[in-house]
Design a protein around this ligand. Sequence first.
Ligand code: HEM
Length: 220
Amino acid sequence: MAGLTSSTIGRKYAMALSAMFLLIFLVMHLSVNLLSVFGETAYNNASQFMGYNPLIQFVMQPVLMFAVIFHFVMGFVLEIKNQRARPIGYDKNNGSANSTWSSRNMIISGAVILAFIFLHMYDFWLHEMNYKYVDGLPIEETRFWEDLHGKFADLWRVVLYVISFGLLGLHLAHGFQSSFQSIGARHAKYTPVIRAIGNWYSILIPLGFIFIAIFHYVTQ
Ligand code: HEM
């Protein structure tokens, strides 16, 4: 691990691997939360399974937390190193001529997503940890849907979430294909396919989350 993070190439590689892990997490997270739109029982069953399965709770969840923290810390480290390595006058270049907004502002979209994650952990994860491990309350199969639905009663939360999902889309628009480039997956035939999948991914995943938030708000 130390070897992987001690050189710029190693850091980019490690960053890309953590990104890919998070890309998979987002698909799974969206799938489980989409169940809340289709029915209370399906969502409650899935949440209960995820919330009380020891493998998910004590192996997958810590790995996920590590990946999230690692990705953010490494993102900031790479950004600082890039800034320092930039020759004077770089910022006078017309960046938009040869790069997109999302590729030039990954640190900004990343920082907004980080702020969202703090709010999101406070909203859901902390509440869940308190329920199970601090208060030690018994399993109650129907609470998950009610908790989730209730959170989206507040318009301010829905607005903050939707803005964050928009920024998530911009982050993914560059991040998806960039993670493949960083691990050396470059090929005349496959790179355009990866780009196309990345474009669809960065639109559909945030739209899915936006749909969930708005659905619960309008069905209060
Ligand atoms: C409407 C959209 C979303 C809903 C309804 C939602 C719902 C939830 C819920 C209920 C939990 C608690 C799970 C538990 O520990 O029992 C959770 C955890 C979490 N969410 Fe979300 N989420 C949404 C979007 C997102 C997005 C966009 C991200 C990432 C950018 C994200 C990242 C996480 C993380 C890292 C956790 C903690 C790990 C876990 O317990 O699974 N969520 N979310």
